[in-house]
Design a protein around this ligand. Structure first.
Ligand code: SF4
Length: 506
């Protein structure tokens, strides 16, 4: 149901050899990962907050999808460890006689155990299979998932008619109450899933052999993040040195893993002839420890900034299921901004901010607060495409305010430019031009120790305390942390500009 394997509520028992749909997908990704699930489960880290949020979204979306076929019965996952798979199977067989929709219908055959999100009776004695994902499209890995289930279900003697992948429809716009038939799109994947089904029994046989064997010595490679980021990456990649070839600026993963396979582990070990100009700057910075500075280019770029300088940053949330009228699944909804205004060169920055605090659409009030941006001067952000896109979306959704919003969008300059151009580059960036790497390298400031330290966490915490059920003290605490975090993001822009001026005497 969720578009990740290895959910903590995963439907298999590690004490048995039964392979569930998520373990099947894990087994296709990597034998070592599969083996670890059954033999060294403690090596798998508990899901962090970001991953847990993905799981929670998946479960919420899965529950909503049951409303596509109301009147069904859920096959509950028993807490009793003794024969719980068998219990769910027996219950499924009994309920199938009633020819009603079943949620989590369960099947066990030839070492395969699956719980189907939705199994719906169709013509004659046949059934349709629906796999629910919280994504907005069908991925190849989803087809493997469906094929695994369909193979197991049909080997149990059940006749399947059609197979569907149910996902969120990102063209759906909420108007009033949620319309589940508009929210979801059921894509018929019967032909594509059937094409994969013949391979399932032999794949499962191979996986069983892996599980009962020695830990596989699978080397790291592109499969470590395809189709999912593997939880064992920190352990499996621990042999790599600092500034490994995977940190080479914009390196293709295929090329980096080929180098590792050839024994070339570090950026400094690569022949300069194989590098482009930016990669050579990175290599030289690592080798010498000296920061690369192209003062003339930086000076010219800084001269293009107009004061008052408005250092700006949005925080947004992306609810999988739209909360507000007029919004779509996973639409970016700005709920906070921070603005540090430097009125003239050398002046102390003054701070203006907006943070929604109530469980209503934050955008109308946020648009009003954007009036704090003065009529003149550069608006500066880091990677402006994000801020500009949000302003243009607001202009579409709130056409009465389109003129000033589009006016703001057209005044942006991108502080990313000096770093993406490698006019300033430091080895501590680890080949990244993200502000989270640039800021500590150029100013020494970090986000370490901050209660909220990145945008995803900000969005999760905002939704938790503003739309969830938390006490006033907790809400106040988190709102304060959100203000501190977003303010740091725009003060960072002020500091980076100052640091560039200092480095180039501008
Ligand atoms: S990190 Fe890569 S090699 Fe290691 S278990 Fe995961 S997928 Fe396999």
């Amino acid at each position: 149901m969720i578009d990740r394997p290895h959910s903590p509520s995963d439907e298999s028992d590690p004490m048995t050899l039964a392979i569930s749909k998520s373990k099947y997908v894990a087994g296709l990704q990597c034998p070592k990962l599969l083996w670890t699930h059954y033999n060294d489960r403690d090596a798998l880290p508990a899901p962090d907050a970001a991953k847990q949020a993905i799981f929670d979204t998946g479960h919420m979306v899965g529950d909503l999808a049951k409303n596509l076929f109301p009147g069904g019965v859920e096959i509950a996952w028993s807490d009793d460890p003794n024969g719980r798979m068998e219990q769910t199977v027996a219950e499924t067989l009994e309920l199938m006689k009633q020819r009603i929709p079943l949620y989590e219908a369960s099947f066990l055959v030839d070492g395969c155990y699956c719980r189907a999100d939705l199994l719906v009776p169709t013509a004659g004695d046949a059934w349709d299979l629906y796999e629910v994902k919280s994504t907005t499209g069908v991925k190849d890995v989803n087809l493997q998932d469906v094929a695994f289930q369909a193979s197991a279900i049909e080997r149990c003697g059940v006749r399947l008619d059609r197979m569907y992948l149910v996902h969120l429809d990102n063209t759906y716009v909420r108007r009033g109450d949620l319309d589940v038939h508009g929210l979801f799109h059921a894509e018929d994947v019967t032909v594509r899933a059937r094409a994969l089904m013949p391979d399932v029994p032999q794949n499962v046989q191979r996986m069983h052999a892996v599980i009962i064997g020695e830990r596989p010595g699978t080397p790291i490679g592109e499969h470590c993040s395809d189709p999912y980021e593997c939880d064992l990456w920190p352990a499996c990649s621990s042999f790599l040195p600092r500034d490994s070839v995977l940190d080479l600026y914009r390196v293709r993963k295929r090329d980096a893993f080929a180098m590792i396979g050839d024994g070339v582990m570090s950026v400094v070990d690569i022949s300069p002839a194989a590098l482009n100009a930016k990669q050579r700057i990175q290599q030289e910075a690592i080798r010498t420890g000296v920061t690369h500075v192209q003062a003339e280019e930086i000076h010219t770029w800084l001269a293009g900034l107009e004061y008052p300088l408005h250092c700006f940053d949005f925080e947004t949330m992306m609810p999988a299921v739209p909360i507000f009228d007029g919004t779509r699944p996973y639409q970016q909804i700005p709920f906070q901004f921070s603005l540090h205004i430097v009125d003239r060169l050398g002046a102390e920055p003054r701070h203006v901010e907006f943070l929604a605090e109530n469980a209503v659409d934050p955008r109308p009030a946020l648009i009003g607060a954007l009036g704090e941006i003065g009529p003149e001067g550069t608006i500066l952000a880091y990677n402006i495409a994000f801020e500009q896109a949000r302003l243009r979306e607001l202009a579409v959704d709130f056409p009465d305010h389109a003129r000033p919003l589009l006016g703001f969008a057209n005044r942006f300059q991108d502080l990313l430019v000096p770093f993406r151009s490698f006019w300033w580059h430091d080895a501590r960036q680890r080949g990244s031009c993200s502000l989270k790497f640039v800021l500590p390298a150029i100013t020494g400031t970090t986000y370490d120790g901050m209660e909220i330290a990145e945008g995803g966490q900000a969005a999760r915490e905002f939704q938790r305390v503003v739309f969830g059920n938390v006490g006033p003290a907790e809400k106040l605490r988190v709102l304060l942390a959100l203000r501190t975090y977003c303010a740091q993001d725009t003060l960072a822009l002020v500091d980076v500009v100052d640091a560039l001026r200092e480095a180039t005497n501008s």
